[in-house]
Design a protein around this ligand. Structure first.
Ligand SMILES: [Mg+2]
Length: 470
């Protein structure tokens, strides 16, 4: 008897990060990093399990869990092997309920819920083959990988045939690239030093720690107050540009090296990025970032509304003479938005989100689009579970799709990793370790104890807090 998907569970898990200011930025002032989490089960002598989640920041996680249940329900009774045969079709099936489609389509709550479900299926697929997710994908033939990708609505920019030709061209050197990234890790940058809610002292301390840990790309939140942004930016630059704080024995990077071209690197090769989390209108964004040009950022991230493709293009044109680029994507709600950002020359850096896009299948579409347009992908990972996810996606991009990681940097935020069975980690050179455990799938399985403690509203943490009157 083939296995069937029998049932699923959802969990609304909220961590009280608003108490410490972790994750605070110009728009999101009191985030409780949260996870709308789903586990899918099969029957059989050796039953399979798949874990998935999408990231949220507190209130509303219950709504996402309801949407996840509505979509996951479509999978009950199906044979998972039929889904694994063509993961692009599996994506279409989950997102094509003709009534649920009305509350999207492919955007908002229903889409991030589809992301959790698609990611859970990929996790189950990888576990069933005894491989971490990235390895499952890079071992696929180009034909299989094209089948796993969503092409609907993007064929004006990229057809399956073109994607196949790109992937075939990348076959050469795949083994070498896999060996390199396993050994050296994937380049990372750190955001944890520059949250808006931190004092200057805390920013300085965390920046020094990050430099000592081997990082050379740093990101700071901006947009609430120009004077304060300039002050914090100077604090960070004064540390990252000063050789005395470098990792013992490190000379820093050559600011003229190809990897740092156009990044406004300082004398030690350190790069600063700034992130406004959508706070400005277009003219305001241009003026504000010009006023910050003395701190020499590589790019401004999310300068305006995430749906405003032409607005991003206008900001990019206006900032070009200042040598400052534009990055966005963590709130780009589907592959069509990325397609247009690329077609409109609106971005220098493509910041996919592992669960705002509806899972690995749609991420593959955007990785392929970005490779075609020659724009580096630097995934968003400021949140819970996102670092665990994105290292897989960047490894896929490097090994099988773009073939390069020289200019890429993957976000790392040092929060909440202890809740995962297979937490992401950084090596002594400030780079992500590639996940190697054959049992870890997509690395998103959470400890049962963490779920019991932080499930909203009746987990032990939240019960205790209520009982203590706050
Ligand atoms: Mg951001």
């Amino acid at each position: 008897m083939p296995r069937r998907i029998t049932h699923f569970e959802t969990h609304d898990i909220r961590f009280p990060t608003s108490l410490t200011g972790d994750g605070s930025d110009a728009m999101n002032t009191d985030c409780d990093y949260s996870s709308a989490y789903v586990t899918i089960f099969t029957d059989g002598d050796e039953p399979l399990v798949g874990h998935g989640m999408t990231f949220t920041i507190g209130r509303g996680t219950d709504i996402v869990c309801q949407a996840i249940a509505a979509l996951a329900n479509r999978l009950v009774g199906l044979n998972p092997e039929d889904l694994f045969k063509n993961m692009g079709k599996a994506y279409d099936y989950v997102s094509a309920d003709s009534q649920l489609r009305w509350i999207g389509p492919e955007k908002g709550v229903i889409h991030i819920a589809a992301g959790a479900v698609n990611n859970a299926l990929w996790d189950m697929f990888a576990r069933s083959r005894g491989k971490p997710l990235w390895k499952l994908v890079v071992d696929m033939t180009p034909e299989k990988l094209v089948d796993a990708t969503v092409f609907r609505y993007i064929t004006d920019a990229l057809t399956p045939e073109e994607a196949l030709a790109m992937l075939k061209a990348r076959e050469e050197g795949k083994k070498e690239r896999e060996a390199i990234v396993r050994k050296d890790g994937y380049p990372a940058y750190i955001t944890s030093a520059g949250w808006l809610g931190y004092s200057d002292e805390k920013v300085a301390r965390l920046t020094k720690e990050a430099v000592a840990a081997g990082f050379n790309h740093f990101k700071m939140k901006v947009g609430a107050d120009l004077a304060s942004d300039l002050r914090r930016g100077r604090v960070i630059r004064s540390i990252i540009d000063d050789p005395q704080f470098l990792l013992q024995g490190s000379q820093g990077l050559d600011p003229d090296s190809p990897a740092l071209q156009g990044k406004n690197a300082g004398p030690t090769g350190a790069v600063l990025m700034i992130d406004a989390n959508q706070i400005w209108d277009v003219p305001q964004a241009i003026q504000y970032v010009k006023d910050l040009s003395e701190i020499k950022p590589w790019f401004i991230e999310e300068p305006t509304a995430p749906d405003d493709i032409l607005g991003h293009a206008a900001i990019r044109r206006a900032l070009k003479p200042y040598g400052i680029g534009v990055a966005t994507g963590e709130h780009a709600h589907n592959r069509m938005v990325f397609k247009q950002l690329l077609q409109a020359d609106a971005i220098d850096v493509c910041q996919i989100d592992s669960c705002r896009l509806a899972g690995v299948s749609e991420v593959l579409s955007v990785l392929l689009l970005a490779a075609k347009f020659g724009v580096p992908v630097c995934p968003h990972a400021g949140g819970v579970g996102l670092c665990e996810y994105v290292v897989h996606l960047s490894a896929i991009d490097y090994i099988a799709i773009s073939g390069t990681m020289e200019r890429n940097v993957l976000e790392f935020a040092d929060h909440l990793h202890e809740h995962f069975l297979y937490p992401s980690s950084i090596n002594s050179k400030g780079r992500y370790n590639v996940p190697l455990n054959p049992a870890e799938g997509y690395s998103i399985e959470m400890h049962k104890q963490s779920i019991a403690e932080y499930e909203w509203p009746n987990g032990s943490y939240w019960m205790n807090r209520r009982n203590n009157g706050n």
